[in-house]
Design a protein around this ligand. Structure first.
Ligand code: GLU
Length: 302
C-alpha cells in the first residue's frame, strides 16, 4: 500500500486550507481529534435514549462507540497512516450518528473490517454499527439490518489512463478483472460471466487491486464508482474511471439484525441530515471533490 503514498492522498483530500487548520487545532493525546478538522463539527446530543435497543445499551455500558469502517478508500473511509486520522464521507456519517446518539466522536473506536467479514463482525457484536460502502440487499438483510440508504453508488470500472479497450462491462472478456472478496461487484462479474473464471482476481481490499492495476498485473478494477473516483483522483495521470455505472448500490448503515429500535433511530438521524444541509456539507467536502456524483437518496424504512 506504500505505492499510494498516504501523505499525498490525505493532502489532496484535505486541501491546503484544512491542512493548516488540522495543524493549528491539533490536540495531543487524542489521536482521532485532528481527524475532525476537515469535518464540520456536529453537536453531541444530550440525554439520548433508544428504548429497546440492545446495541445502545452496550454502547452506554462501554462508554464509547465501536464503528466498523473501511480504511483504504479515499473520500469515503480512509486512514492516514502517518497521523492515524480517519476521513471521508462514510466517516462523517459515522461521526454524525455517534454524536446524535450522545457519544462524542472524539472517543470513537474505528475498526477496519473488510467487505467479506462485515456480516460476521456485526453478528458477533465486534462493532456497534458499520459505515463502509455497504450495499443494502436482500441477501445481507437476512443476516444484518440496514438504516438508510444515505448514498447511492453504481458499479463502474477503473483502468489505466492509456487503456481505450475497456469501455464497459461487455468489453471485459479476456481481461484480468480485480475486485474484492464478498463484495457485490465481484458477484456481478461472476454471475454475468463478464470474464473467464481464471481471469478474476480477488483481494481483501480495493487498494490491493489498484496496486495490481498500476503494476500491470490486472487490467481493470471494478467496484462502486464512488470508490474508484477516489483512487483516480489520487493518480489522475495514471488512472481513469470509465464512468458508465451499470448497477445501483444503495449504501446503508449495517447493524444487528434484530435491533429495530437502533435502525429507526439511525434512520431519523440520516433523514434529518439529508433535510437540513448536513449531508450536503459532508458530500461537498469529500466525495464532491473527487467528482463522485449521486442524487440525494430517500431513507427507506422497512
Ligand atoms: N458496495 C459494494 C458492496 O457492498 C462494494 C463496495 C464494498 O465492497 O464495500 O459490496
Amino acid at each position: 500500500m506504500t505505492r499510494h503514498g498516504v501523505v499525498r492522498r490525505s493532502a489532496l483530500l484535505l486541501g491546503a486550507g484544512t491542512l493548516v487548520l488540522a495543524v493549528s487545532c491539533g490536540k495531543s493525546g487524542s489521536p482521532t481529534e485532528t481527524s475532525t478538522a476537515p469535518t464540520p463539527s456536529v453537536p453531541v446530543a444530550a440525554n439520548v435514549t433508544v428504548p429497546g435497543s440492545a446495541t445502545f445499551a452496550t454502547m452506554t455500558r462501554r462508554g464509547h462507540v465501536v464503528i466498523g469502517v473501511k480504511d483504504d478508500q479515499p473520500g469515503l473511509g480512509y486512514k492516514d497512516a502517518t497521523t492515524g486520522e480517519y476521513s471521508g464521507f462514510d466517516i462523517d456519517i459515522a461521526r454524525l450518528i455517534s454524536a446524535q446518539l450522545g457519544f462524542d466522536p472524539k472517543s470513537i473506536e474505528y475498526k477496519p473490517v473488510p467487505s467479506a467479514s462485515r456480516e460476521q463482525a456485526i453478528k458477533n457484536g465486534d462493532v456497534d454499527y458499520y459505515v463502509g460502502t455497504y450495499t443494502i440487499n436482500d441477501k445481507r438483510k437476512q443476516q444484518v439490518s440496514f438504516a438508510g440508504p444515505y448514498f447511492v453508488a453504481g458499479q463502474d470500472l477503473l483502468v489505466r489512463k492509456d487503456d481505450n479497450t475497456i469501455t464497459g462491462p461487455d468489453t471485459l472478456k479476456g481481461k484480468k478483472v480485480c475486485s474484492v472478496t464478498g463484495s457485490t461487484p465481484i458477484q456481478y462479474v461472476q454471475s454475468h460471466q463478464l470474464t473467464e473464471p481464471q481471469n478474476i482476481v480477488q483481494y481483501q481490499k480495493y487498494s490491493d487491486c489498484v496496486t495490481a492495476l498500476e503494476q500491470n498485473s490486472v487490467d481493470v478494477v471494478t467496484t462502486d464508482d464512488a470508490i474508484l473516483k477516489g483512487y483516480a483522483a489520487q493518480e489522475p495521470d495514471k488512472l481513469k474511471v470509465v464512468g458508465k455505472p451499470f448497477t445501483q448500490e444503495p449504501y446503508g448503515v449495517g447493524l444487528a439484525h434484530d435491533d429495530a429500535a437502533l435502525r429507526g433511530k439511525i434512520d431519523d438521524i440520516l433523514q434529518a441530515a439529508l433535510a437540513d444541509g448536513t449531508w450536503q456539507r459532508f458530500y461537498d467536502e469529500t466525495l464532491g471533490r473527487s467528482g463522485a456524483t449521486t442524487s440525494k437518496p430517500t431513507v427507506q424504512r422497512y
